[in-house]
Design a protein around this ligand. Structure first.
Ligand code: IPE
Ligand code: IPE
Ligand code: MG
Length: 222
């Protein structure tokens, strides 16, 4: 049985889900947040130690301004309203990505959340916001070029101190990585689901973790 430490999610399909319900893309994003909450709760029950959610990519700035500001608003509102719940559940929040480009009010609440949840031990939840894997690799390379002696490339990435994902789940039907954790997913088990993110549920998660446990992982060996 494989040990499961870290699951990463490319939560794709919110926009299509909202349009399908005839309520617009942003409605899908709102529902997407509900799915994240449910998956975090179930993962605490299943004793999964680390989750990473791809929330906003470095390429998502290409979207209409109104959609971008809606996305940032729902993240900010979530932490404004539910920070005490996040703390009481024992969730430690980390942010992966270039925070400096985010709106001030969002940056402020995210920084506050990181500080307030720093010592929480139940589960680590990484939110990849304004994250791009190629940017991350370039950033790491630049840092390394200033350090004569470096040991481990992974220590220069946003994910330093975190194990690589064991499982990557992408909903929404596309079989691609969209610039997500290209370095970290070298040996990750990939699961692509047709379901749109708002329809993803705890049972889907359970089925995937059970499948994962039985996979023969080689890491180049036999
Ligand atoms: C969510 O899904 C991903 C985010 C960038 C928040 P999308 O917004 O990409 O939804 P689709 O793929 O257009 O349906
Ligand atoms: C990936 O979804 C990014 C997030 C889930 C945040 P996209 O919808 O941006 O991916 P592409 O553009 O279809 O590859
Ligand atoms: Mg998409």
């Amino acid at each position: 049985m494989n040990k499961l430490s870290h699951i990463a999610f490319i939560m794709d399909g919110n926009g299509r889900w909202g349009k399908k319900k005839k309520k617009g893309r942003n409605y899908g994003h709102l529902k997407g947040v509900e799915t994240v909450k449910k998956i975090v709760k179930s993962s605490i029950n299943y004793k999964i130690p680390i989750l990473t959610f791809y929330v906003f990519s470095s390429e998502n700035w290409k979207r209409p301004k109104s959609e971008i500001s809606f996305l940032f608003k729902i993240i900010k509102n979530y932490f404004d309203k539910e920070i005490s719940h996040v703390i009481s559940q024992g969730i430690k929040i980390n942010i992966l990505g270039e925070m400096s480009k985010l709106p001030q009010d969002l940056k402020r609440i995210l920084t506050k959340t990181i500080v307030l949840t720093k010592s929480n031990k139940k589960i680590i939840v990484n939110l990849a916001i304004n994250y791009g894997s190629r940017d991350e690799i370039i950033m790491a390379t630049k840092k390394i070029s200033n350090h004569k002696k470096f040991k481990n490339f992974s220590n220069y990435l946003y994910t330093l101190n975190l194990p690589d994902p064991d499982i990557l789940i992408r909903t929404g039907g596309h079989k691609r990585l969209s610039n997500f954790m290209l370095w970290q997913c070298a040996y990750t088990e990939l699961f692509f689901l047709k379901k749109l993110w708002p329809d993803f549920n705890a049972n889907d998660l359970k089925k995937i973790t059970e499948k994962f446990k039985k996979i023969k992982r080689n890491f180049g060996g036999i």
